[in-house]
Design a protein around this ligand. Structure first.
Ligand code: CO
Length: 220
């Protein structure tokens, strides 16, 4: 354990319980199926790739009610898919071209601090280039966003538009374009509402959006 010499870590009490919780979880899983971990380690073939925010309140598996082995998960600040991000691109390549998932979900969430930070003028150092991707989403939809007077509604709409643009970024990748051509794969844009716990399908009309941009982004 690497621990700073200064003040005690704020969450030291919780950390201590994690290994106890893990033991309880093992017992509970084995109670329902004594071969649970044998089966879990045998294969890895989830049908869903979930790309969401790292926010601790947006726990991917829990909010979807899925079990280990069912969803391949990638999380980063504000559920971004920048085409120069080696981590996101590797996850997409592996999930789409090797595991051959059937669904890709980009899930944003209202009250996302990453999106909020991008709406403000502040020098945040290493976060600047990451948040700039969200500022680019704002620029693309500036007319619609600036027409919204209520700041909270504008913030929520930017969260939704960011999900939409990240879904488009997904479709720009050769892995997803190839999968579209060869088999059945569906991209979904969702938002998690922290205030109500509700998962919302944005029902993005990809056919309509892609019609106007694929002449630019088509690779395959
Ligand atoms: Co967030």
């Amino acid at each position: 354990m690497l621990q700073s010499n200064g003040n005690k870590p704020k969450f030291s009490m919780e950390i201590k319980y994690i290994f106890q919780n893990n033991q309880k979880w093992i017992v509970q899983k084995l109670k329902t199926d004594k071969d649970y971990f044998k089966k879990l380690s045998a294969t890895h073939s989830p049908e869903i790739l979930y790309i969401g925010c790292s926010d601790s309140r947006v726990s991917a598996e829990e909010l979807m009610g899925v079990q280990p082995g069912e969803v391949f998960v990638h999380r980063n600040i504000a559920n971004m898919i920048p085409n120069t991000d080696l981590s996101a691109m590797s996850v997409i390549n592996y999930a789409v071209s090797h595991i051959k998932v059937k669904h890709i979900v980009v899930c944003g969430h209202y009250y996302c601090n990453g999106v909020k930070a991008a709406m403000q003028s502040a020098d945040l150092g290493i976060l600047n280039p990451w948040l700039r991707n969200i500022r680019d989403v704002y620029r693309l939809h500036k007319t619609e966003l600036n027409a919204i007077e209520d700041e909270e509604l504008k913030y929520k709409r930017l969260v939704e538009l960011n999900v939409q643009e990240q879904c488009i970024n997904l479709i720009k990748t050769p892995d997803v374009q190839k999968a579209y051509k060869d088999r059945s794969i569906t991209v979904h844009g969702w938002v998690f509402d922290i205030h109500s716990g509700k998962l919302i399908d944005l029902k993005i009309d990809f056919d309509h959006i892609l019609e106007s941009i694929m002449e630019i982004y088509k690779i395959i």
